[in-house]
Design a protein around this ligand. Structure first.
Ligand code: 2PG
Ligand code: MN
Ligand code: MN
Length: 524
């Protein structure tokens, strides 16, 4: 095959749904995508469940597992599954980190659990938290405090009380003369603690003050906080401000010297910054931690093995080998990756098997466009134009053989639950694609277009008879497209094909031999 530049575009969160109702992708004015479907080879891929290493086919896809699969051409058991197995076998409680943390806080100190309180299974699962609390009691811990990040992004948008009630009932049954567990603080996941890719460290600072120092608006319970904020602000769970649970004016669970802290999220992007705040020495300068308690801190997983974030962890992360980048570097292929902050790590860190470091400084170029810190329903175009400017220039420069990008709009705007804004987000992507196509055509390259999972394709929850339609903020279980522009080819259409079949396809178009560990190419 003659050597031509290959460009891969991931349209984040733009899956394929049958229904038109609430389908922002279908409802958008998208002449470019319409043209591509009408005239170019295309197929459908699995982007959820077993096809991306999740426990069951009931698990929706997400960016981490999606970009891992695209970037390594294989299916690895992912965090959600590895933690399940580690807990089921009881091995987690023999880990060095668990033993050290238990021993550290046993006498008169507290064990804290910080994490996303839901069963979304994208970043965490409430069952994992329950198993850890139960074992903490069994091993003689007296005090447990939960710092509950409220979801509404991987689960229905106002479901926080379901999970708060669930965990409080669970802890209530364990509580007795020797053991006391309760919620100590919390807040919406898009307000505190769970920032990613350094988009907005002030979120993490807010979380630190609330969880560690007990500084924030005080309430008698998590339920009171949620109900009060909902009444006052009318916002959905992910946007609820931080709160501290207090009794007689005193926080019930600050994080103090001698305590142990477990971050029970398994997914890495939104877990790294708070981990760095706990693990960081005196040189930590992302915000003023005021006082750093002498605690032992562990993550559910290690979120970046090269950078050792965090130092202690309960579950070994998937060891993703034979990545596309590694293989392309071996062949001297010059790579270019670009996105805006919110998805920058998706096309670098997740893409390369959860590694932030480059394989080859000379061959790889990474570009980050700074994301705005605004509610994305107010700026649904996000940085699509700026990404496109840079990408088109890079394509036309002739300096790169393989270029990749992620347009975040379908996903980031989709998560807000606004159908109108998400339609505009999809239209912004469509415009970007049109410009990328022109550049690809100019250099006689090949353009591959796909998505990492659905989101914008279902903006309403399944309708219930007699009830008004409710916004849906989470990802979907739908297939995603794979389209080839400017290359004559035939694509396989088998039902079992998924994101892990893309790496070998990219290699085919670049004219190099796919790695033997990769799943088959999509080319017939
Ligand atoms: O925002 C996120 O953290 C997830 C949803 O929990 O979305 P994505 O997997 O698309 O990054
Ligand atoms: Mn995504
Ligand atoms: Mn998403």
């Amino acid at each position: 095959m003659e050597k031509r530049p290959v460009v891969l575009v991931v349209m984040d969160g733009m899956g394929l749904a049958e229904t038109h109702l609430g389908n922002a992708v279908q409802q958008a004015h998208k002449p470019t995508l319409d043209y591509l479907y009408a005239s170019c080879p295309h197929t459908r891929l699995r982007a959820h469940g077993l096809a991306v290493g999740l426990p069951t086919d009931g698990d929706m896809g997400n960016s981490e597992v999606g970009h891992n699969a695209i970037g390594c051409g294989q299916i690895y058991s992912q965090g959600a599954k590895l933690v399940n197995e580690n807990i089921d076998s009881g091995e987690i409680f023999h880990s060095k980190a668990w033993k050290e943390l238990v021993a550290f806080c046993k006498d008169g100190h507290k064990m804290h659990f910080i994490g996303l309180l839901s069963d979304g299974n994208v970043h965490s699962h409430i069952n994992h938290l329950k198993a850890l609390i139960k074992q903490a009691k069994a091993e003689g811990i007296h005090e447990v405090r939960v710092h509950a990040l409220l979801d509404g992004r991987d689960v229905p948008d106002t479901s926080a009380l379901t999970y708060v009630d669930d965990i409080e009932n669970f802890m209530g049954e364990l509580n007795d003369d020797t053991f006391h567990a309760c919620i100590a603080s919390g807040g919406g996941r898009m307000q505190i603690t769970m920032d990613r890719y350094e988009a907005d460290w002030s979120m993490v600072e807010k979380g630190w003050r609330i969880h560690v120092q007990g500084e924030g608006r005080k309430f008698a319970s998590a339920t009171e906080a949620i109900e009060t904020y909902r009444k006052e602000l009318g916002v959905i769970d992910q946007d609820l401000p931080g709160f501290v649970v207090a009794k007689d004016g005193e926080p019930v669970g600050t994080i103090d010297d001698g305590d142990s802290v477990i971050l029970f999220n398994f997914r890495g992007d939104r877990a790294q910054e708070i981990s760095r705040a706990f693990d960081g020495d005196a040189s930590f300068d992302k915000f003023d931690r005021v006082k750093v308690p002498n605690v032992k801190f562990a993550g559910m997983l290690q979120y970046d093995a090269d950078l050792q974030i965090p130092k202690m962890y309960l579950t070994e992360p998937p060891k993703i080998k034979y990545t596309l980048t590694e293989e392309l570097c071996k062949h001297g292929i010059r790579e270019y990756a670009i996105s805006e902050t919110q998805k920058y790590g998706h096309v670098t860190y997740f893409w390369n098997g959860n590694r932030s470091e480059k394989f080859d400084e000379d061959l790889e170029t990474y570009v980050e466009i700074k994301s705005d810190v605004v509610p994305f329903e107010q700026r649904p175009w996000m940085k699509s134009a700026e990404i496109t400017d840079e990408l088109c220039a890079a394509i036309e420069s002739g300096k790169y053989d393989f270029l990749r990008t992620n347009y975040p709009n379908g996903d980031m705007v989709g998560h807000t639950g606004s159908l109108t804004s998400t339609i505009i987000g999809v239209e912004a992507v469509d415009l970007g694609l049109q410009r990328v196509m022109e550049s690809v055509k100019k250099v006689n390259g090949v353009l591959l277009i796909t998505a990492d999972h659905g989101n914008a394709d279902e903006m309403y929850q399944a309708p219930k008879e007699g009830q008004p339609l409710k916004a849906k903020t989470s990802h979907t279980l739908n297939r995603v497209p794979f389209i080839v522009y400017n290359a004559k080819c035939k694509l396989k259409t088998d039902d079992n094909l998924g994101l892990s079949n893309i790496a070998a396809t990219v290699a085919d178009f670049l004219g190099i031999e796919p790695n033997e560990h990769w799943n088959e190419s999509l080319l017939k």
